[in-house]
Design a protein around this ligand. Sequence first.
Ligand SMILES: [Zn+2]
Length: 361
Amino acid sequence: MKIVQSTITILSFISIINITHAQQKTENIVIVTLDGMRWQEVFGGADATILKNKNYTKDSAGTSTAFWVSDITERRQKLFPFLWRTIATEGQLYGNRWKGSEVNNANRYKFSYPGYNEIFTGYPDTLVNSNNKIWNKNINVLEFINQQKSYKGKVVAFSTWDVFPYILNTKRSGLYVNADVDTLKFNNSALQLINDMQFLTAKPIGVRPDVLTYFAAREYMKAYQPKVLYIAFDETDDYAHGGEYDQYLKSAHAEDAMIADLWQYIQSSPIYKNKTTLIITCDHGRGDKIKDNWRHHGQKIEDAGQIWIAAIGPDTAPLGEVKTNSTLYQEQLAATFAKLLGFTFTADHPVAEPITSILKK
Ligand SMILES: [Zn+2]
């Protein structure tokens, strides 16, 4: 009798495990960040005032033709067609404060390194307060996933900014991070061509253009099938700092198109199709209310801690713009990435809870 009982207990335990696994369809994750991309443009499209200001938009007529229309729904779709045609119908978007959906930095600094640290470690460490090339002491979720069975060597990152090897601490983590013009040493003709191109580009923002980061990531994905791929774009932040609103919009639009191209590949590949979750977000926001502050961010800039998140994948319900009861935080992303793959991210620092609404269909 005792034996029978424990057998039943074991059997029901196994069936619970099976049910949990059966609910989890995500086997791969693709994460994309648009550096310093404001939620105001994501949810509202081009801003009329900044667009009309000749100091910020040299070709006001041309930029307006490309991105302006009076209806806000059409306007944001002009700027971010993939977000508003595909993700809005098949995935989720968070951070439209005009509709009461808030996503914030938990870190107080509101600039890049602290933001990326928060995204990937789940911990808004107050000691992470510089953009300098400092090896990050905090364990990140990408290296945690890379240590899990069947994910070893299958977690990679491609970034435009050259600080990412430090943020993700490649020295400790062993992750493959290809940043700026890091040589693409692959026996693959597409990657060799991109490698040559990145050394010959004029580098308008001082590092390789986002489009080369994108192509390097895409061709790597096709050739080597990583299970977790992170792509970090940078141009939006650089053009905003430079006060070039037209270029800021053009980069945002181009990055949306690159993400659309990648999703098209994912959903046409038997390896990735319906087994891959895509999450798009940013490291920080920028100012809004005070004139000129759209260019800036940081501790002293009001509103710069306001961010946004978009998600699409087999475990994510097609809710479109999600109405949230409480504020979400950037620190919740690390655990969300891990949970999508069925893991609970733990480290020797506190880790914030995942965003559960992304995880259930
Ligand atoms: Zn910046």
